[in-house]
Write a new protein. Structure first.
Length: 451
């Protein structure tokens, strides 16, 4: 990184950043209070609030959002007449999944092979630290030239929409000229990237019932309708022979124009086992950024251990459908529900329940903020030009903010590059990326103020 005061300050703050990230990662802040104590999320929220107060933020508040979680808000006034920039991150995390699969404890930040491992290290507690580093660097080098608002969400991973609804009820709270969403990531380590599109999502729970109770498979099997077999048929109907997502009435042939994703590199990033083929058609970028994708997230049925020879009376599954920009998530939900009902065999009773939903997002990359960010990234990543990529994941808040503040410029950056393995076991963050992106964000704020 080329020598400049901001970069030097961020470099000097990295040991402190590691300590703070370790403190934040230690909170088991999964916003599913059936699995994890609410006190863990509340503790993480208080940590963020205290950090903002320590940096001089005013009006720091724990916002009780309609989904029963807390988002953290703070405002740092800048010079009179200055522009306002909203910095976003979330402190809630995905469950650790199989803790036995982690090389080191998921809620204990551990350094290994030049990376920092822990649940939320990249997604998105590292984003909270990135914002703090950027602001500290500017304070040490002449001051922060914009009004800054920070919002740290407490339920982004659950898709329950608490902050979206809160923002709609308090539209003045998050109003800004530019919004930096710190929950995306570079296309790969060392390649500065802004995310220009996000897929939307819908989540449905489907329940199939066929019998009043389980039956002996020897006495009744062969004629009695098996709910688990019916569910398997329904789930199979959601994919074509090559694995492409097939929901009746939902287009699946859009193409991605822009940065492409090499297939062999994708296989490596996704850790696809030798001999196992990728699913779908078109380029990898088409499949993960421009087309719908269905995933069966879980199935309720008897586990193999302890199973009895029974015909199952009921079975259910949780299904996620990612939808590309240009597709209305509410319409996709209706199509998915209709598909599940139409493909349920044998007259079995089927019920669907929507669990979460978020719209897709497409940024205006021609706005002045993008030039300010490109110039900042050119300094933070010498010799590299800022790239534009899509992201298959969803950040429902983006569309809410775009609707509330149509003149605001929204940029997506962050620490979730492929090696971070977000949502998987052994999630990690590259401290080098944290350092460079913190520098880039600080310089962006300065460039944007001067523009």
């Amino acid at each position: 990184m080329s020598s400049n005061p901001v970069a030097e300050t961020v470099a000097s703050l990295m040991p402190r950043a590691r300590e703070e990230l370790a403190e934040l990662v230690a909170f088991k802040s999964v916003a599913d209070f059936d699995q994890f104590p609410r006190s863990e999320s509340e503790g993480a929220a208080r940590w963020v609030a205290d950090a903002l107060r320590a940096e001089g933020f005013e009006d720091v508040a724990l916002l009780d959002t309609p989904d029963g979680t807390q988002s953290v808000y703070g405002h740092l006034p800048g010079p009179e007449g200055a522009k306002t920039v909203l910095l976003y991150a979330h402190y809630d995390v995905q469950p650790p999944l199989d803790e036995a699969g982690w090389t080191t404890p998921p809620f204990e930040l551990t350094e290994r092979d030049g990376r920092w491992y822990g649940r939320g290290a990249a997604d998105c507690k590292g984003g909270v630290i990135m914002h703090l580093l950027a602001l500290r660097a500017l304070k040490a080098d002449g001051g922060i030239p914009v009004n800054v608002k920070v919002i740290a969400e407490g339920s982004e991973e659950q898709g329950t929409g608490g902050l979206e609804r809160y923002a709609e009820q308090h539209p003045e709270l998050l109003a800004a000229d530019a919004i930096v969403i710190g929950d995306a990531g570079n296309f790969r380590v060392g390649l500065p990237t802004v995310t220009s599109t996000l897929r939307g999502m819908t989540m449905l729970r489907v329940q199939i019932d066929t019998l009043e109770g389980n039956l002996h498979s020897g006495q009744f099997g062969g004629a009695a309708p098996d709910a688990l077999a019916a569910l398997i048929r329904v789930l199979d109907s959601l994919r074509s022979e090559d694995g492409s997502t097939t929901v009746d009435g939902l287009a699946g042939d859009s193409a991605w124009e822009g940065l492409q994703y090499d297939e062999e590199q994708f296989r490596k990033d996704a850790k696809v086992r030798d001999g196992v083929g990728l699913i779908g058609s078109g380029t990898v970028a088409d499949r993960i950024w421009a087309r719908p994708a269905v995933t069966v997230l879980g199935i309720d049925c008897p586990p193999v251990v302890g199973a009895t020879p029974s015909v199952q009376a009921a079975a259910r599954a949780l299904i996620s459908l990612r939808v590309p920009p240009g597709v209305d998530a509410a319409e996709a939900t209706k199509l998915l529900q209709a598909h599940l009902e139409a493909h349920t065999p044998w007259g079995a009773r089927v019920r669907t329940e929507q669990i979460g939903q978020g719209q897709a997002f497409r940024a205006d990359t021609t706005s002045p903020a993008y030039q300010a960010m490109a110039d900042a990234m050119a300094v933070a990543y010498p010799g590299q030009e800022m790239q534009y990529a899509g992201q298959g994941g969803s950040i429902p808040l983006c569309n809410t903010l775009a609707a509330l503040y149509p003149s605001a410029e929204i940029l997506l950056i962050g620490l979730s590059e492929p090696e971070a393995q977000i949502h998987a076991v052994n999630e990690s963050v590259s401290p080098g990326e944290l350092e460079r992106l913190s520098v880039a964000e600080a310089l962006f704020l300065r460039n944007y103020a001067a523009g």
